[in-house]
Design a protein around this ligand. Structure first.
Ligand SMILES: [Cu+2]
Length: 116
């Protein structure tokens, strides 16, 4: 019985500390300033550890708005952009300093963080 109580207490601790948040990895390839349609909306939940693994056909600087993370992606190498999704909402990722992206004003991708 004591063991059961201890187990329940540790479970409660795990939940309140957010230990059940997911670790999510997304592999995203940029070509000609665009990414695959299926990667343009990324949905995660509050508290998740999110890892975006970028490759690009040319060097770009990515900017994740809201979290305000900037990351230079070199051509031909994987660049990781990691963050914990502590803030809920809708956050665009843009390519900075690219005149002719061919994608107009649309962001490269959008991350939606839902409340847990
Ligand atoms: Cu920006």
């Amino acid at each position: 019985m004591l063991r059961l109580i201890a187990l329940l207490l540790s479970l409660a601790g795990a939940i309140s500390s957010g230990a059940w948040a997911a670790e999510l990895t997304f592999d995203i390839r940029i070509e000609h300033g665009r990414i695959a349609e299926t990667m343009r909306l990324i949905r995660v939940h509050e508290g998740d550890s999110v890892k975006l693994r970028w490759t690009s056909d040319r060097p770009v600087v990515l900017h994740l708005h809201g979290y305000d993370i900037e990351k230079a992606v070199a051509a031909g190498a994987v660049t990781e952009l990691s963050f914990t999704a502590y803030a809920t909402g809708r956050f665009p990722i843009e390519i900075h300093g690219q005149g002719a992206g061919g994608a107009g004003d649309a962001p490269l991708a959008v991350i939606e963080v839902y409340p847990r």
